[in-house]
Design a protein around this ligand. Structure first.
Ligand code: SAH
Length: 253
């Protein structure tokens, strides 16, 4: 165990988008130094090689509040890691764990950053972000639909590149189309769109298309996918998307 992991502490660890090579060195050290690892099944499986000798608390998807409570309770007396896919600050466990911890005394907490899915997806697409961008989750489980619609309108109107997380689930198929209807009011049919499914893990699929032809790929879009909509300056190049940073306004190249 590394010397820094010698006393009770709760770590909230982002484990990256999937591929083992995208788990950071720091996250690896913290996981190896922990007594307990708490997470849902999918994410625990993602790191199973390095946590096989740990005490593992496996919880179902959706049981986040209970999982956070358990982590805070255990973290008072043990070295504990609670894990999130990608980064724990991007629709991950950092928020609920700190909310629960506010009510607990005497707990030391550290959040360990991870490679979030949009970083992995953007890299696969080349350079689609570069300038200002907005990430919006289409999941209405914890955010009212009205607020999602408002954020989509505002981001589209302000010409942000827009990355959609949680675009479509089995029980929630219709609001992906609803989101596109909003975005289409502000973007032309030629706007580049990237679809990245299972970035850095088995089944990785990368498609660069346009808003006009996006629906041809509708059937592959699910909860393992990010849909990225370019801004008014984004361009397609081979199977890539490039959003100019603005150099073209100052330089010739
Ligand atoms: N904390 C995570 C996001 C959790 S929300 C992070 O930082 O990446 C779950 C959503 O993230 C999924 O519905 C999907 O839209 C996106 N996602 C997570 N991993 C992904 C991957 N490997 N490839 C594509 N999208 C991914």
């Amino acid at each position: 165990m590394s010397p820094s992991l010698s006393h009770a502490k709760l770590y909230i660890v982002g484990i990256g988008p999937g591929g083992a090579e995208h788990l950071t060195k720091k996250a690896t050290d913290v996981l190896l130094g922990s007594e307990y690892i708490i997470g849902n099944g999918t994410y625990l499986d993602q790191i199973k090689e390095i946590i096989h000798d740990k005490k593992i608390i496996r919880s179902g998807m959706g049981g986040e509040v209970e999982r956070a409570r358990k982590a805070v309770e255990l973290g008072k007396d043990h070295i504990v890691s609670i894990i999130s896919g990608g980064d724990a600050n991007v629709y991950g466990m950092a928020g609920i764990v700190l909310e629960v911890a506010q009510k607990a005394e005497d707990i030391e907490i550290e959040v360990i950053p991870g490679v979030t899915a949009i970083s992995a997806a953007a890299s696969l697409l080349g350079a689609p972000l570069i300038n200002d961008f907005a990430i919006i989750s289409l999941s209405d489980l914890l955010t009212p639909q009205k607020m999602i619609d408002q954020r989509l309108r505002s981001a589209a109107e302000a010409d942000f590149v827009i990355a959609l997380y949680n675009p479509k689930s089995r029980s929630r198929k219709e609001n992906f189309g609803r989101a596109l209807d909003i975005i289409r009011k502000y973007r032309t049919e030629n706007t580049p769109v990237g679809i990245v499914k299972n970035a850095t893990r088995e089944g990785e699929t990368v498609i660069a298309t346009t808003l006009g032809t996006l629906m041809e790929y509708d059937n592959i879009i699910d909860m393992s996918t990010i849909v990225l909509i370019g801004n008014s300056e984004s361009k397609l190049w081979k199977n890539r998307i490039i959003t100019p940073r603005g150099y073209q306004r100052k330089y010739e190249y």
